[in-house]
Design a protein around this ligand. Structure first.
Ligand code: SF4
Length: 433
């Protein structure tokens, strides 16, 4: 029985209990959300050490970190450093995008060791796993790769089933500035063009669903046609695929499989909210998982910021899960520092949206921080900071001459001045007080 099967049977699973506790919600709220598909709890039956997390309506916005061994920069030790950062700095999920070398070994170890949700994109791995060139891959090869990932305990998988021949026709007829920028989508487009066949994930979707149901793998429906630049956002191709994703969402639910739907991409700030609402409408309120959206195309080197701006608007307008973007986006494989910067920018966006969405207790830590700042209690401040390590390092690297203050204003510290007034202490700035 999957989480959605259980929820529809009126059963509150231990995972639903855990999510309810973490989200300050009643367990029945979670069960009803899972039963309706508005909430997904990606938790493969074989991922024994997972701490269950809910993604969806009325829950805290979740954040994903991408990592994995790349063919051009295969350094497993560096990827493990990124895993540690994801765990230590509050990511909710790790997507292992490994596409070179011993991917299975890395994936199995990751599932064994991390309590975070683990996601993968089997299409990336299929070429290496089956040791075949792209165009020689058969539908059985792809299904075998999906089964291998499910057996390894992966909690959610991006399946690019939406880019079928009808969507490709729309793409070719209407054209785009950046064509297809999704890695999985481009591989499938190439495969379909060379073989002349229908997208195997679409054509054999029922078989994909059978595997996912067996292990309770949540399908994350990939947006192969997500806009790769502002010019392409909300165009016919993106919308045509979104309509297909809505149909595939219903089919998955009918098969007892949990679903998330992936979204943009690059998008002008004023279009983001409407896109979130349209996606939710067309995909029947399934949890929405977005990359960015990046609100300008020219923030090269700072795309963790362009994505965080779009992410905050997206998550306050319906998106439930933000995939992080690092400063290395569009440039190179991120290093460990990029991973931290990307994760923190995305966590800030997610938290800002949770406050705007008025989620239970969303403001608690902010209020505690305000209190600590008023008291100039620096140790207490680190306890409530999203990244206490960087905060402390910066503070201690520039010691203040006046106790309790920082070098920004020193003796003219506004907080200290007002505290002294309320304490009844005379303030004589510029002189000893
Ligand atoms: S010195 Fe200025 S910046 Fe630093 S804590 Fe006081 S008011 Fe804030």
């Amino acid at each position: 029985m999957t989480q959605i099967d259980a929820a529809r049977s009126g059963i509150i699973t231990p995972e639903m209990e855990q999510v309810a506790k973490d989200e300050f919600r009643d367990p029945e709220f979670i069960r009803a959300g899972v039963a309706a598909g508005r909430i997904a709890i990606p938790a493969n039956k074989l991922h024994k050490g997972i701490r269950a997390v809910g993604v969806g309506e009325g829950l805290r916005t979740k954040v994903n970190v991408n990592l994995g061994i790349s063919g051009d920069k295969a350094d497993a030790a560096e990827e493990w450093k990124k895993v540690k950062i994801a765990e230590d700095f509050g990511a909710d999920a790790i997507m292992d995008l490994s596409n070179s070398g011993k991917t299975r070994e890395f994936r199995r170890q990751l599932v064994e060791e991390t309590p975070l949700m683990v996601g993968t994109v089997p299409m990336y791995d299929a070429i290496g796993y089956m040791e075949k060139p792209l165009v020689k891959l058969t539908k059985d090869d792809l299904l075998e790769t999906i089964r291998a990932h499910a057996e390894d305990g992966v909690d959610f998988m991006t399946i690019h089933a939406g880019i079928n021949r009808s969507v490709v026709k729309t793409f070719k007829e209407t054209g785009r500035l950046m064509n297809i920028v999704s890695r999985g989508g481009s591989l499938l487009f190439g495969w379909m063009e060379v073989t002349g066949n229908e997208n195997p994930f679409y054509e054999y979707y029922d078989e994909v669903l059978e595997i996912c149901h067996e292990y309770d793998v949540t399908i994350s429906l990939g947006d192969s046609c997500r806009p790769g630049c502002l010019y392409d956002s909300n165009d016919a191709t993106e919308t045509a695929e979104m309509i297909e994703l809505g149909k595939l969402t219903k089919r998955a639910w009918d098969a007892g499989v949990q679903v998330m739907v992936e979204g943009p991409g690059h998008m002008a700030l004023d279009e983001v909210a409407a896109n979130m609402k349209l996606q939710k409408r067309l995909c029947h309120n399934a949890p929405f998982y977005v990359l960015g959206p990046l609100v300008t195309d020219i923030g090269v080197g700072y795309d963790h910021i362009t994505a965080a701006i779009g992410g905050a608007v997206a998550a306050s307008s319906g998106a439930n899960f933000l995939c992080y973007v690092t400063p290395a986006e569009h440039l190179c494989l991120p290093d460990a520092k990029d991973v931290l910067d990307g994760l923190m920018a995305t966590k800030i966006a997610a938290h800002a949206a949770d406050i705007a969405n008025k989620l239970p207790h969303a403001l608690d830590e902010d209020n505690r921080m305000g209190e600590a700042r008023r008291k100039l209690d620096w140790e207490e401040m680190w306890k409530h900071a999203l990244d206490p390590v960087t905060g402390r390092e910066r503070y201690e690297s520039s010691p203040a001459a006046t106790e309790g203050t920082c070098t920004m204003c020193g003796k003219m510290c506004a907080v200290r001045t007002v505290n002294k007034v309320f304490e009844g202490t005379t303030i004589d700035l510029g002189m000893d007080d």
